[in-house]
Write a new protein. Sequence first.
Length: 110
Amino acid sequence: MQAESLTDLVRQHLEIARSASSGRSAHTVHGGHEHRLRQTLIALAAGHRLDEHESPGEATLQVLHGTVTLVAGEERHDGATGDLIVIPDSRHSLEAVDDAVVMLTVAMQV
């Protein structure tokens, strides 16, 4: 059995994101090529973003810390600590309103 402290990971990756020129940090919590379920912790410093990209398939975004905005075309979905956002099956981007950490959960296609 594997266990990790999300609280510790949030703190650690926010530090990395704040000091990185990209303003972000990521860590695979669970998954990889041998698993169908993939969970990735993503930290974004305030004002940084993940540029528009394709939907990974069936996926959710859980906000662990801070505030984010998911933008898909004309739609905007705001999320704060504790919120769960279903990622639309379309191109989208993610913006950090303030320092933020999210857990991306993706069900990979077999």
